[in-house]
Design a protein around this ligand. Structure first.
Ligand code: 13P
Length: 251
């Protein structure tokens, strides 16, 4: 079970350090649940400091696929490693929607992250229009297939997939537990096809989209839901800790 907080473009430097401290305090002992927080780039270093001595890991929200050089405004995998990142969110629907990120970019980033021993949290998910047209499996299949193309993986812990239906992000609408389970099982079958049965059985597949303490139990109790990628609720330490506690009770 992995519960990760995506803070998106929220918190300034002191606010991020404070939230990280509050998260550590609110969590207590997360037991077998792996926990990560993904603050904005400028706060990674400070949050890493605030997490020291706890089991909470650090993640970034994006990175560039090149090693380095003349790419103004970008951040490399090695830079993320140097500030203590374990995870990096890749292909979030907000990056795809607002910043023109393509499946090809996502694939290059996944391979670059793996080469630098960062664990990619690869986001996939359909829009409302695509679901209403009955295209959700087709869309998700394409995203998963292209994200892992040419990826060589020997350890399932090196890759995480997050199913985030776009219509459920920040809208208060959550996929029903049955809808989540159905898509997660499908993603696991796809991963088995592309990466092999053994790896697929052990890769964490997270659900993301308006997960909060009130619905976390039901979602996390689904067989193929191995955790959550939490947006809004991860900005309140108490709510985030309650979701981790829900995960603990399901582990
Ligand atoms: P919300 O939890 O705010 O819906 O955001 C989900 C998300 O996009 C996490 O990456």
């Amino acid at each position: 079970m992995l519960i990760a907080g995506n803070w998106k473009m929220n918190t300034d430097l002191p606010g991020a350090a404070k939230l990280a401290e509050e998260v550590v305090e609110a969590l207590g002992d997360p037991g077998p649940v792996q926990v990560a927080v993904c603050p904005p780039f400028v706060s990674l270093d400070a949050v890493f400091g605030a997490l020291r001595g706890s089991s909470v890991k650090l993640g970034a929200q994006d990175m560039h696929f090149e090693e380095g050089g003349a790419y103004t405004g970008e951040v490399s995998a090695a830079m993320l490693r140097s500030v203590g990142c374990t995870y990096v969110i890749l292909g979030h629907s907000e990056r795809r929607q607002y910043f023109g990120e393509t499946d090809e970019h996502v694939n290059k980033k996944v391979r670059q992250a793996l080469a630098h021993e960062l664990v990619p949290i690869v986001c996939v998910g359909e829009t409302l229009k695509e679901r209403e047209a009955g295209q959700e499996r087709h869309v998700v299949k394409g995203q998963v297939e292209r994200a892992v193309e040419s990826v060589v993986l020997s350890d399932p812990a090196r890759l995480v997939v997050a199913y985030e239906p776009v219509w459920a992000i920040g809208t208060g609408k959550t996929a029903s537990p049955a809808q989540a389970q159905e898509m997660h099982a499908y993603i696991r079958r796809l991963l088995a096809e592309f990466l092999g049965e053994h790896l697929a059985g052990n890769i964490h597949i997270l659900y993301g989209g308006s997960m909060k303490p009130a619905n976390a139990d039901e979602l996390l109790s689904q067989k193929d839901v191995d955790g959550g990628l939490i947006g809004g609720a991860s900005l309140q330490a108490g709510a985030f800790a309650a979701i981790v506690a829900a995960g603990k009770s399901q582990s």
